[in-house]
Design a protein around this ligand. Structure first.
Ligand code: DX5
Ligand code: ZN
Length: 224
């Protein structure tokens, strides 16, 4: 069985007890910590920034998966690298020079991801796909946690899976927004490698249990 990854999204954490939330993630089966950076321009919301990432970096050994929902992200690549990012994802919709951005992220020693909004077709990735480590498919319109999963994402995952398999690369498909224990099996069956989940993990009374349930899905036994 191909082992998928779980990335809890800190956006849904209780910020009054962030250290406890990080301890929970650290002692769970989560693979990465997903960190949503919003600028109030690319998305209609502002989240947290570099000082928060720096502050929490020593609290967990899990890799930091930083999702930049900001315009002109290239201005901040080295700042996020210094703050502790392991993987940096930029949106295709803000990048006129995506190839250059991916190169710059790699030159700083990080893994590079490209994200697509729900309306952006996967075929736009055709030329950049060989260069990227991860494609993040938004399953909600970015900007807020707690929204419902857009069902069309499933067929996008399938189409992207086919493109990656044809290329024969190790590019990961990450799915972000509205992911929970009910829809995780279908998302994985469609071909996702990484599940991002905020509300369904942090708002639950047993967040470690939710992570365990998501991690334990056996894709080979899911009926279609
Ligand atoms: C939304 C963010 C997501 C968000 C997911 O713009 O990119 O990472 O935290 O939250 P849930 O899982 O609550 O939909
Ligand atoms: Zn995100």
């Amino acid at each position: 069985m191909k082992q998928h990854l779980i990335a809890p999204s800190a956006l849904a954490a209780d910020f009054t007890r962030l250290a406890d939330e990080l301890e929970m993630v650290d002692s769970s089966e989560a693979d990465w910590l997903h960190l949503d950076i919003m600028d109030g321009r690319f998305v209609p919301n502002i989240s947290f920034g570099v000082p928060v990432i720096k502050a929490i970096r020593p609290l967990t050994g899990k890799p930091f998966d930083v999702h930049l929902m900001i315009v002109e992200p290239e201005k901040y690549f080295s700042t996020f690298q210094q703050a502790g990012a392991d993987l940096l994802t930029v949106h295709l919709e803000v990048s006129n020079h995506l190839h250059r951005s991916v190169q710059a992220i790699h030159d700083l020693g990080m893994r590079a991801g490209v994200s697509l909004n729900p309306h952006t077709p996967v075929h736009l990735l055709e030329e950049i796909l060989p260069e990227v480590d991860l494609v993040l498919l938004m399953a909600v319109n970015p900007g807020f946690g707690g929204q419902s999963f857009i069902q069309n994402t499933l067929s996008k995952i399938t189409r992207l899976r086919r493109m990656i398999d044809e290329l024969g690369t190790e590019t990961l498909i990450e799915v972000d927004g509205g992911v929970n224990t009910d829809n995780a099996p279908a998302i994985l069956k469609a071909g996702a490698d990484v599940l991002v989940a905020g509300s369904s993990i942090f708002k639950h009374t047993d967040p470690r249990g939710v992570i365990h349930t998501m991690k334990s899905v056996n894709v080979d036994t899911i009926k279609t």
